[in-house]
Structures are given as C-alpha cells and as structure tokens.
Design a protein around this ligand. Structure first.
Ligand code: FAD
Length: 128
C-alpha cells in the first residue's frame, strides 16, 4: 500500500507551516501534526508583532513590498541600503557574539528573497 503522505511536519507553528508550504509547492503530499488545541493553531505566531528583518538595497528595492499609497511619499523619503553585512553585524551585536556565522549569513543572504516568497507583496503588485 502506498504511503498517504510524502512529508510529515510535526508542529504547526511558523517553521512547520513554512516547511509544509515549501514541501507542498514541491508537489509533496503533506501532513501537519499539531498537539495544541485547534484554537491555538499557529504556535507562537499568535503573539508576534509580525515584524520581519530583511537586508535591502534601499527604497527602490522595497517598492513592491510597500502599500501603493506609500509610494506617494517616495520622493520625500531617504532610506540607505541595509546590507547583508549590516544584518550580520546586528545579529552579532544583539546576541553578544553568540551567532552561528554560517547560519546567519544564510539568514541575511536569503532575507530579501524570502520577503517576496512569503507573498507579502502580492497585494501591492498591481500598482506598479
Ligand atoms: C510576544 C512575542 C512577540 C514576537 N514578535 C516577533 C516578531 O515581531 N517577529 C518575529 O519574527 N518573531 C517574533 N516572535 C518570535 C516568533 O513568534 C517565534 O520565533 C516563532 O513563532 C517560532 O516559530 P516556530 O514554528 O519555530 O515555533 P512555535 O511557534 O513554538 O511552533 C511550534 C509548534 O509545535 C507544536 N508542537 C510542539 N511539540 C509538538 C509535538 N510533540 N507534536 C505536535 N506538535 C508539537 C507547538 O504546539 C507549536 O504549535 C515573537 C514571539 C513572542 C512570544
């Protein structure tokens, strides 16, 4: 008998849902197991402010992530690039050096592309 799932994800928090979505997009049949009651689905995501840190190349690089009405303020706005090295420096600073350099470099290096991958921008794309 064929297995009904290709991937089983244990825990339906942010990490679990990212893994499940990624596996599903790759065509896998996915089962997410969550031990919490249904009303607590999503893990600690419920408590977050929804903030995401990303490196970026300045205002133009963020255009598709911003609300269309915000673009009216672009001519009045200066935003210096926030590089992968800036991101890494901040990681080292806030963790007082307890940062895995290899993992942090992946985190910083993939952060801007991840913002697009999340679909954050889909509601804003029609404006440009
Ligand atoms: C007040 C607060 C504010 C925050 N603000 C931000 C923010 O602005 N930006 C940001 O990026 N992060 C923020 N965070 C951090 C962020 O919420 C967490 O890093 C993130 O939600 C962790 O996701 P996770 O999937 O790793 O773990 P969790 O969200 O903890 O998910 C783990 C899931 O696995 C389930 N589970 C555990 N064991 C089992 C088992 N044996 N079988 C089945 N299921 C199991 C749990 O019930 C849970 O649902 C904040 C956190 C808090 C508490």
């Amino acid at each position: 008998m064929a297995a009904p799932f290709d991937v089983i994800v244990v825990g339906g928090g942010n990490a679990g849902f990212c893994a499940a979505q990624s596996a599903r997009q790759a065509g896998a049949r996915v089962l997410v197991l969550e031990k919490a009651p249904r009303q607590w689905a999503g893990g600690n995501s419920y408590f977050t402010a929804g903030a995401m840190r990303t490196s970026h190349g300045g205002l133009a690089d963020l255009k598709n992530l911003l609300e269309p009405t915000a673009q009216d303020r672009f001519p009045l706005t200066d935003l210096a690039p926030y590089t992968d090295d800036d991101f890494l420096d901040d990681m080292v600073r806030v963790t007082r050096g307890r940062t895995d350099a290899d993992l942090a470099r992946i985190l910083a290096g993939e952060s801007r592309a991840t913002m697009d991958w999340t679909g954050f921008a889909t509601w804003a794309c029609g404006s440009s």
